[in-house]
Design a protein around this ligand. Sequence first.
Ligand SMILES: [Zn+2]
Length: 690
Amino acid sequence: MYYQVAFWIKVCYIRSMKALLHYFFYFSAMLCWAQQTEWVNFRSVKATIQIYPESKKVEGHMTVAFDILKSTDSIFLDAVEMELDEVNLTMSGQDLNSRPEAVKFKNNKKQLIIFNAFKKDRHYELRLHYVAYPAKAMYFIDWDNDLTDKQNPFNLKEHVIRKQVWTQGQGKYTSNWLPSIDDMNDKMEFDLSIRFNKGYEVIANGVLNSKHSSDSTVTWHYDMQQPMSSYLVALAIGKYDKKVVQSKSGVPLEMYYYPEDSFKVEPTYRYTRQIFDFLEDEIGLPYPWQNYKQVPVKDFLYAGMENTGTTIFTDSYITDSIGFMDKNYVNVNAHELAHQWFGNLVTETSGTHHWLHEGFATYYALLAEKDIFGDNYYYWQLYEYAMELVAQERMGQSTSLLDPRSSSTTFYKKGAWVLHLLAEKVGRAAFKEAIRNYLINHRFKNVSTEDFIDELEAASGKALDGFVAQWLKDSVFYYDQAMESLEKSTFIQEYLMVDCELASSKCSSYLSSGISDEAKIKVIGQNKTLLKREDFKNSLRVRQAIAQSLSQIPLELKTQYESLLDDASYLTIEAALYNLWVNFPEDRVRYLQQTDGIVGFSNKNIRMLWLTLALVTPEFEQDNKEQFLRELRGYTDPRFHFEVRQNAFQYLNSIQACDAVCKNNLKQAEQHHVWQFSKFAKQLLKEMKE
Ligand SMILES: [Zn+2]
């Protein structure tokens, strides 16, 4: 997942009797602590929560069990903007078993602070009841959007509406909907029971033990057996079917999908079992959790999030087999799965060590892809990562891998590079041994970079100070060393050698030679005038590069270029349709007729372009213009996925056809929970006013 920096802006103190006085005299003051792991060890949370989607409300009863490590007069739970009551405490241990008693507490709307003479080595249970209306971390999708709406501007199909509830804990804090501990260093076992309206699937961390029905609701009881940090607690609710396969080691892999999407299950989840079996084998430690679930959701904030045993990912990755060619879930699938070890089993102590999550997930995803797509693919990705890191360096934005404010390019891609180089440096066998020891020695705990390097030094017998200084602490990306490693690949050697920046005699024959697709695509990018008819005989990917780069189509290539409209690639068809329409006005009607009805990706890339071109082609279906416009404007409706809406706004704006309803929808989009989309809406509205 993506990383966001948390700033502790408040000075946090209060740890003694003075604290209590402070509380009485300055009860309006904000009390908070960043850390309390020295005093208390939280062990488990058992919560029964009911979710009311129409009012966006959560209500729960929970029991929190904890041990006191050092006597103290107070402890806290993070609980954002909650109403808290029925707060009771029970003490046990050393033959003591007290009865639940009401306890003195303060709710400052950020934390629940419990005041009590907590005794060292005693075990306590806290019970409470809470109500929350989460402003973030839990999202309610489409509950305001009903199909009974008479104003329905476009004939919306039932499955456009996705009544869902889902959560995102990293960077948002689970304590917005469940009292918990924001600090990643306190891991506990979370067992959630969730009561929700009948007719929906309710998915949470762990194993579904049982379901209990009442007249209108079902309560789903989930059980975890191991502890985790609070940011990894998750739930997802919606209308789903699921496909379950077993891994080689017997772990159930549960793949959720929308009921009408059964034909997309295979391309969407392609290679899932292979990735799982590969990672278990490569990492050398069995998958640490009871099962593995993957759930697509609408209007998600990121590509995917590795909640423990329960990855949530954006439903934009749901694809048919044509879309798979251009954009698929394979990399994200492997990345989030790798996090189940790197991030979830062993968790960073702080943002300084964030590469222990993202660098590792990126690296192991690459290894899994190498297993699927081969060595060339692996080296090619590393080469692209290097180019991205070089570009970042040129902009003066390189930072140390251990800087908590680093970009995702640094955490993910430099992190992956560091692991690639370390494996080369110490040898594959020592690297694997170190990884295994690192995971075993720190499982269900927190880790720093030093913990990892110590294991590597122990397993390899090599001192790594020099490497650490250069690659982890220094902000420079050592390009020459990286290239030296890459040039062991003949595929990369060939790619670097093929160069048509200055056209040579070889350049005209490259595209019909046996060089790699990547090298051919490089040649096309460098010199479009080299293209000949026979060059269209290349693979789908090379043809896609031709479609996208040839904006001026020579007449002698027209027939070949037109054949791109039949390719099994939505990106190719989109680029080809646009370029053909621009280049050959006399054939516009024919091109539109040929591509009528093609939708494209789930963001409707081809349909949207088609509608726009149909509107601005006077000779094409004059009688249907109004209907085309209605359809295009309809896609701006809040019921559509934000990516569909964004496309529609852009096209309507390009032909100055965003009417009052469209503008109203754009205004509403300014409040959308996906910040990139709300930012887009704000900018476009500003542009329209200028
Ligand atoms: Zn990640």
